[in-house]
Design a protein around this ligand. Structure first.
Ligand code: XMP
Length: 326
């Protein structure tokens, strides 16, 4: 019978054997997989692990704090945060096309991570230590999808992430390679990873950058963050967040509509709610949320978020619509 304690014990031993006295780097995204992978490796080798968290400025409200404060407090990992907001916003300036946004964000993410990794390699060299491994939160379904065997191996050798330079080549440690998402969550709980992280909905790597239809700017991000936070608060308060797959909140930054608020006419932006039910994100159905809940969300967003005067509900399934708007 499957048992989280046994899996943890086995992996801890395997990781210690593999790593020896080398140092290990792990990129944290704030999501379930990388957080649990990091917590597991930390359980095995303590401060030989350093985690790197890139804040690209496209995160939701509270996400950075969740990693820097809650995750670090509960696991004790060594964390380096790179604040790359200016860099990302600079590169995204004037960009509207969704695929261009994705490419730019992906490219800058790798560059930023590379620089942080290079710093850690140098720092280790000063202590006569070597950074030899990179942790990745690859799950069993990812392995199957990419055609790899299941096995019990902790290591898939000599892959480098998105083309790191040769002198920055690491072996991969993938301690979640044989596990399904539910099992990963269970292991995370066992390791004391905060429930907010363990139960988190999927959130795309390019973050809020692909939830603003139009150019990404600091002001628009602030506005979307405020609306998104309200939606998450209301979904949590009613317990619905545990039932749905995810609920992207999208700002139609290039669309305006006329409204009337307080004493006068407004000309603001719509916010789109995209609640979906799904098993694997390959297909999805739009979730029939309670009207009371929708009314609360709509009232709160239009009252509390300046610049938004309309809230609309996306009632498209996937296919034909994708879950994200971009
Ligand atoms: P779509 O929009 O393709 O999304 O129906 C399917 C699932 O994937 C997530 N998603 C992404 N995740 N990087 C990610 O890490 C991305 O670029 C990305 N695009 C979409 C989306 O949130 C949904 O769960």
């Amino acid at each position: 019978e499957w048992n989280a304690d046994n899996v943890i014990a086995d992996q801890v031993e395997a990781i210690r054997d593999t790593v020896g006295d080398a140092r290990v780097i792990c990129g944290l995204s704030g999501g379930v997989d990388s957080s649990v992978a990091a917590a597991l490796v930390h359980r095995a080798i303590g401060d030989q692990l350093v985690c790197v968290f890139v804040d690209h400025g496209l995160l939701r409200a509270g996400e950075r704090e969740q990693v820097e404060r809650d995750f670090v407090q509960s696991t004790g990992v060594r964390l380096v945060t790179v604040d790359a907001t200016k860099r990302f916003l600079g590169e995204l300036s004037g960009v509207v096309d969704p695929e261009s946004k994705r490419k730019i964000i992906g490219r800058e993410f790798i560059r930023t991570f590379e620089q942080a990794a290079a710093d850690l390699v140098r720092e280790a060299a000063e202590d006569d230590a070597e950074v030899r491994f990179l942790v990745q939160g690859t799950l069993y379904p990812d392995v199957v999808e990419s055609g790899g065997g299941a096995g019990t191996a902790v290591i898939k050798s000599h892959h480098n992430v998105g083309g790191l330079p040769d002198d920055l080549e690491f072996d991969l440690i993938e301690p979640l390679r044989t596990l399904f998402k539910d099992e990963v969550r269970e292991i995370g709980r066992q390791l004391g990873v905060p429930e907010d992280i363990v139960a988190r909905h999927p959130f795309p790597g390019p973050g809020l950058g692909i939830r603003i239809v139009g150019e990404v700017t600091a002001e628009r991000l602030d506005l979307l963050r405020a609306a998104d936070l309200i939606v998450r608060e209301e979904l949590t308060a009613t317990g619905v967040d545990g039932e749905i797959w995810q609920c992207p909140v999208v700002l139609l930054a290039d669309v305006r509509s006329v409204g009337v608020q307080g004493d006068g006419r407004t000309y603001g932006h719509p916010i789109v709610l995209r609640p979906v039910s799904s098993d694997d994100a390959m297909t999805a159905d739009w979730t029939r949320l309670e009207h009371e809940l929708l009314a609360n969300i709509s009232n709160r967003i239009t009252n509390e978020v300046a610049g938004v005067n309309r809230v609309v509900l996306d009632i498209t399934s996937k296919p034909p619509g994708t879950i994200e708007w971009e």
